[in-house]
Design a protein around this ligand. Structure first.
Ligand SMILES: C[S@@+](CC[C@H](N)C(=O)[O-])C[C@H]1O[C@@H](n2cnc3c(N)ncnc32)[C@H](O)[C@@H]1O
Length: 217
């Protein structure tokens, strides 16, 4: 699961400019394992083309590629992308993943191009999230799947992990659903789900996930 190894330890709010610094702060910032909601949603899908938006060090992209997907892994941190690419080469998956250095604030993915568009913990206070999610949704091919996962809001979860996400950085699955045109989707599910217990244990972050799953008509 892709969470910070330092778990609940307080850390400064992440900003647009500090991601590279965060990645340089440790040999591996995330665990390298695929996120639980991705495994839950994609395990039974027929492998095709996937876009991993905010791919970080590539735990999800590598997992998808290992299952036969052709993945476009997008992030604006060159440090994270280089790590992902090195791991892909090590695992013999280099030809299955296109690591793209793009800013999702300004880069628009090709429309209707991917059988799966997945975004995990793409928390950003600085971004026009509605525009970003609209662009990601538009990139889902007919019959394809949109999966957007974030940390649930909530004072009850304490401030250990939340300190990483300054006010305004978090979103709900309903926020994402609000930018989708229901006529274009065969199904849209928004849910709060328990976090992968293993990841919760290892990272010290028990905050549930807010999850949107959409299937394009
Ligand atoms: C919390 S990390 C999660 C990484 C990965 N999805 C995972 O679960 O391991 C969020 C990632 O989104 C990237 N990111 C945030 N805003 C971005 C943007 N506007 N364009 C591209 N990447 C962005 C960051 O660089 C970071 O790698």
């Amino acid at each position: 699961m892709s969470e910070h190894e330092h778990g609940a330890a307080r850390r400064p709010a992440i900003t647009r400019d500090s991601y590279d610094e965060l990645y340089r702060s440790a040999a591996a910032v995330w665990t390298g394992r695929p996120n639980g909601q991705l495994v839950a949603e994609a395990s039974d899908l027929v492998p095709g083309t996937a876009l991993d938006a905010g791919a970080g060090e590539g735990g999800d992209a590598l997992w998808l590629a290992s299952r036969g997907w052709r993945v476009t892994a997008v992030d604006f941190s060159p440090v994270a992308l280089e790590r992902g690419a090195a791991k892909a080469a090590e695992l013999g998956l280099a030809d299955r993943i296109d690591w793209r250095h793009e800013d999702l604030d300004t880069w628009t993915p090709p429309a209707r191009a991917f059988d799966l568009v997945t975004a995990h913990y793409l928390h950003a206070a600085w971004t026009d999230r509605a525009a970003m999610f609209r662009g990601l949704a538009a990139a889902v091919a007919p019959g394809g799947t949109l999966l957007v996962v974030g940390h649930q809001h909530g004072e009850q979860w304490g401030h250990g992990h939340a300190s990483a996400h300054e006010a305004g950085a978090l979103f709900t699955a309903e926020d994402v659903a609000a930018v989708l045109d229901p006529a274009e989707w065969a199904g849209i599910v928004t849910e709060t789900r328990d976090r992968d217990p293993d990841a919760a244990h290892r990272t010290g972050n028990p905050v549930p996930d807010t999850v949107l799953v959409g299937r394009r008509r």
